[in-house]
Design a protein around this ligand. Structure first.
Ligand code: UT7
Length: 355
């Protein structure tokens, strides 16, 4: 039976380091608050006009492709996960294809919008295509240019201080080696709480969902039957064009769902938490990762955390962390690697990989 395995991995974080103190000059926050509540010391921001989710994704992809020992034209499918796409449409998948100079039009490109769990969802999609024999070299990228869309006023501080820019990429190939590859992936969602962590404007919702929830929010649509409802002047004037998060609600849900979806994966392949050699959590908050680590009974050397240095990079966080762990020699052939993520949607997911 064919299995999927990661044949090459790469990551990229932009050069510019932004400290907590720099953010404290823009909004009412402090290095102490941010470190205590999130573990974050710094994050990286891409260069405006020069870098985007696509360009950062391409830099990570070039490394992954070279490490896989293939040429970019061997890529037969692209999966791009991001919540900060360059354009509303078309998606970053085709932009990445162009950025990499992939001229092979046999190559398909798919964009997925699963936020923090985007990479693990993407891995699951790739795994299905590989196992059916449909594709042989899938390029999966998670990349975010958050810094372009954050609210740098005090109003946005609970969201803004967390996020950073960056990208991670893997090349996924089939293998007949029974001792390595993706053992399983588990995917979940619950749309009930979609607005608890959301970036709703601009959008074509016309106020629908919020009205339904009994929350009357004025987006300045007026009574016009036609036109101008995707983004209104009112949204701009009233600063309604930023992400929103009910942090405590998300936090409480995350600490339940992480362990749950990891246990589900382990049970499904007859393994237990003591079999995990390396746990790569989505880097949402160091307190969440520490809680899950404790629940799983893992030592510090069995969990990869980089949120202290690069913040929460949403769809990029799992592949960047995995790439760092591999580069540091903390993941060795035969190791059981566990990936898990929870975030906006809500969507959450896990994967077990025999490295
Ligand atoms: O990756 C996607 C999934 N996301 C997550 O998993 C994030 C989960 N949530 C969290 O990480 C945390 O909830 C946050 C870090 C976002 C917030 O930490 P918290 O300990 O839950 O704080 P809070 O939202 O309960 O706010 C406590 C206080 C509030 O002030 P009052 O009302 O007590 O006066 C906030 O206004 O802290 C205030 N606050 C801040 N103060 C300084 C919120 N953000 C900041 C800030 N600096 N950046």
């Amino acid at each position: 039976m064919l299995r999927s395995h990661i044949a090459g991995i790469g990551s990229y974080v932009p050069e510019r380091v932004v400290t907590n103190d720099e953010l404290a000059q823009l909004m009412d926050t402090s290095d102490e608050w941010i470190q205590e509540r999130t573990g974050i010391k710094t994050r990286h921001y891409g260069k405006k006009h020069k870098e985007t989710s696509t360009t950062m994704g391409a830099r990570a992809a070039e490394i992954a492709i070279s490490r896989a020992g293939i040429s970019k034209d061997d890529i037969d499918f692209i999966i791009f996960a991001t919540l900060s796409p360059d354009y509303y449409f078309p998606g970053c998948g085709v932009l990445l294809q162009r950025e990499l100079g992939i001229t092979n039009t046999e190559c398909g490109a798919l964009d997925i919008r699963n936020q923090c769990s985007g990479f693990v969802y993407g891995l699951s999609i790739a795994d299905q295509f590989i196992k059916t024999g449909m594709y042989k070299n899938i390029l999966l990228v998670g990349a975010e240019m958050h810094s372009m869309g954050l609210d740098y006023s005090t109003e946005g501080r609970n969201v803004t201080v967390i996020f950073g820019d960056g990208a991670g990429a893997v090349v996924i190939q089939p293998t007949e080696d029974e001792n390595k590859g993706v053992l399983c992936t588990k995917l979940h969602s619950n749309g009930t709480y979609a607005e608890k962590l959301a970036f709703i404007n601009p959008g074509a919702h016309g106020g629908y969902h919020l009205d339904k929830m009994g929350e009357s929010v004025d987006f300045g649509y007026g009574n016009d039957e036609f036109g101008g409802i995707f983004v209104t002047q009112h949204m701009v004037t009233h600063r309604q064009l930023f992400p929103y998060m009910d942090g405590q609600f998300v936090f409480k849900m995350a600490v339940v769902k992480f362990p749950e979806v990891i246990k589900e994966a382990l049970d499904s392949v007859g393994l237990s938490q003591s079999d995990i050699n390396m746990f790569i959590p989505h880097q949402a908050n160091l307190r969440i990762s520490a809680f899950v680590q404790h629940k799983l009974g893992l030592g510090d050397h069995q969990v990869w955390n980089n949120i202290q240095r690069i913040g929460n990079t949403t769809a990029a966080s799992v592949p960047i962390a995995l790439c760092e762990a591999v580069e540091a020699g903390a993941v060795k052939p035969g190791d059981l690697v566990c990936l898990a993520a929870f975030g906006s949607g809500f969507t959450w997911a896990s994967a077990l990989i025999r490295w």
